[in-house]
Design a protein around this ligand. Structure first.
Ligand code: AMP
Length: 216
């Protein structure tokens, strides 16, 4: 059983790193941002409550995200473990979480603020399949069109300069202290998120002592 929390500012690539880990080691990717976006797109009651908060780049109230995380982890479909992405986001959520679950390590994918802004403004998502693109480093072959499903590429509503600055301020004020809390209790692995995706992934696996997979 492998249980990890992955942290990092928006645009650090933590979601990409989490997905690679989950794919190769049969872990379940639990992303609170993805779960909340699914609720908004599916017009659930939770979605209606959080839509405006999320579009403004603000944090959703703790009890809503905590209930959602509890319900997701209580499914116990994570036979080999999970990677929790986007949670905990502040010290209250961290205390709530550590009272209920142990993790094997916390992974921090770190990038400086100017890179957060640059990457956030260049980020595009496919509105059909959700694939991530970046107009700086990962351009689609045809402008504004997904390479895989030909869906239209759009910006996330919170990836405006204002939304990015609000989330960055939250990250420094609320999420970084979580890391200090974890540093006292858990193993924290820090990797530099400015490098190539594969290089970062390899370093994470080495730090976590994961077996290297030949056919991965
Ligand atoms: P993300 O995809 O992780 O950047 O999350 C997108 C948005 O979802 C955030 O800007 C928040 O509005 C909301 N969100 C995700 N996770 C949390 C959390 N743990 N606590 C509060 N709000 C969250």
């Amino acid at each position: 059983m492998r249980k990890y929390v992955i942290m990092g500012p928006q645009g650090s690539g933590k979601g990409t790193q989490a997905k690679l880990l989950c794919h190769d080691y049969d872990l379940v990717h639990v992303s609170t941002g993805d779960l909340l976006r699914w609720n908004v797109q599916s017009h659930t009651r939770l979605g209606a409550r959080v839509q405006r908060i999320m579009a403004a780049g603000q944090l959703v109230p703790d009890e809503l995200t905590e209930d959602m995380v509890r319900a997701r982890l209580d499914l116990h479909d994570w036979n080999y473990g999970f990677v929790l992405d986007g949670f905990p986001r502040n010290p209250a959520q961290a205390r709530w979480f550590t009272e209920r679950w142990d993790v094997d390590a916390v992974i921090l994918v770190d990038i400086p603020d100017d890179v957060v802004m640059e990457r956030g403004l260049a980020r595009r998502l496919c509105c059909k399949c959700g694939r991530d693109y970046n107009l700086l480093h990962h351009r689609p072959a045809v402008a504004d069109t997904c390479d895989v499903c030909q869906g239209r590429l759009v910006s996330r509503p919170d990836d405006t300069a204002e939304g990015l600055r609000a989330r960055l301020a939250d990250y420094h004020a609320q999420t970084r202290p979580v890391l200090e809390l974890f540093t006292r209790k858990e193993r924290v692995v820090v990797v530099d998120g400015r490098r190539a995706i594969d290089t970062i992934q390899l370093e994470i696996r080495q730090h976590l002592g994961l077996p290297m997979l030949v056919n991965a």
